[in-house]
Design a protein around this ligand. Structure first.
Ligand SMILES: [Fe+2]
Ligand SMILES: [Fe+2]
Length: 137
């Protein structure tokens, strides 16, 4: 599912996005194997932990840049909505149909969020850093 159009220009973020998409593939394998229990025992906890780690990486890029405070709040809200959805599923009973539905949401969310919100965030961070540099030059 990874392709160049999802690149942000920050290698660390791109690698983390690839890992998130790989976890989505792993969930699909659980569906294909008819094994929702593995998803609940191994893959959903991994998704939950890795997503929080990744979100913190992104949010830290914006913290301390006052010119993007509004965008940071909106971006954090998107992350929180996603994290809540993962926690709802993770704490529910293992169920193949529920997992299928969630994978559909997950794939769409990742592509839309990376392709729009994350790329916009990186553009803002770059612009804010350029402004800072110009001021101190
Ligand atoms: Fe991201
Ligand atoms: Fe993000």
């Amino acid at each position: 599912m990874w392709n160049k159009s999802l690149e942000t220009g920050i290698r660390e973020l791109d690698l983390q996005h690839q890992e998130l998409l790989e976890i989505a593939n792993e969930l699909e394998r659980c569906v294909n194997d008819g094994n929702p229990h593995r998803a609940w025992q191994e893959v959903l906890p991994r998704l939950s932990g890795y997503a929080l780690f990744h979100f913190a990486t992104e949010e830290n890029l914006l913290i301390g840049l006052p010119s993007v405070a509004k965008e940071l709040a909106a971006h954090i809200a998107e992350h929180r909505t996603f994290a809540t959805k993962v926690e709802e599923l993770r704490t529910s009973a293992p169920d193949l149909d529920g997992l299928r539905e969630f994978i559909d949401y997950l794939q769409k969310w990742l592509v839309a969020h990376i392709g729009h919100s994350d790329q916009a965030l990186v553009a803002l961070v770059s612009a804010a850093h350029r402004t800072c540099k110009n001021r101190t030059a």
